[in-house]
Design a protein around this ligand. Sequence first.
Ligand code: TXA
Ligand code: MG
Length: 339
Amino acid sequence: MESRGDFNVNRVLTARLTAEDVTQAADLLRAGRLVAFGTETVYGLGADACNEAAVAALYAAKGRPAFNPLICHFPDAATAFRTVTPTPLAARLAARFWPGPLTLVLQRVENCPVSQLAGAGLPTLAVRVPAQPVALALLRAFGGPVAAPSANRSGRISPSSAAHVLAELDGRIAAVLDSGACAVGLESTILDLSGPRPVLLRPGGVPVEALEAEIGPIQRAGAQPGLPIAPGMLRSHYAPGLPVRLNAVSVERDEALLAFGPPLPGAALSFQLSARRNLDEAGARLFEALHVLDAGAARHGCIRIAAMPIPAQGLGLAINDRLTRAAAPRTLPPEQNAG
Ligand code: TXA
Ligand code: MG
């Protein structure tokens, strides 16, 4: 399916790179090209965050609306804190959770070198230090901030393998750096520390309970009028092609089953997230599950995904968030969704 922004995107040969090719991947970034790379959360589509033309090409390749800002990736906290001003809470969380699946939204420093386009013109910037060794090697070799949204077409499911990336972006990006399957499989937790009180913008790979144990109570985005919300979290998102029915306690004949624990009987097609009801395992397999069910549904006469209930604690909060978004009615064409 091609989006309306496609006239901007020239077809290119997408190189398949591995850990030995990190220098080549960094050179491509330096030349303003787009390189997808694995992190512990999902694959990101990287561009030199200080190169306005590279960032514009990134938005075009994803079909992403330019009002939705990108996360900047760094090899360590010290380099991240050259682009944003760390608050005391930010310094504490960085020391405890970086490298790892946590993104912090902070005020940009004066003369911040990151392109305005990468931050959608906002005074704040989202920064993170990923824990994947190949990603860290790439960030070190490149030596500057790398803007990287999830490496999917806007509005589609995030990729947790290089194969998922190629299915959506082959021919639209210079390279994919294959570091295997993503260990966490859910995007980073996003915490806004730019205002008077911390606000959870997106549940993700670090459970909010772990953050609260470190810094005390955290408000939930949108819980009260006036609280900030991430521009990318506004609408239906993470959408598989099929609609999703949540908290299913039985399966209809035309439904594919997303199982968590002992599966409901009667499904023609099913995917087990975790037979032993382990949330870490379920999180790591969620996007793979949505890809597989989506691809196999038509062959099995399925027109919908029935998802079994998943507890909303720990990583379960992020899993339920992604499933709720997948289940939301599609009121807009994919290119107007974020992601
Ligand atoms: O795990 C992850 O975070 C992955 C990997 C590649 O790092 N990246 C990722 O990026 O999920 P993306 O673009 O798919 O999601 C970034 C989210 C969007 O919802 C965006 O609106 C929000 O972060 N965001 C970025 N900058 C922001 C800012 N300054 N203020 C508020 N929200 C921001
Ligand atoms: Mg995304």
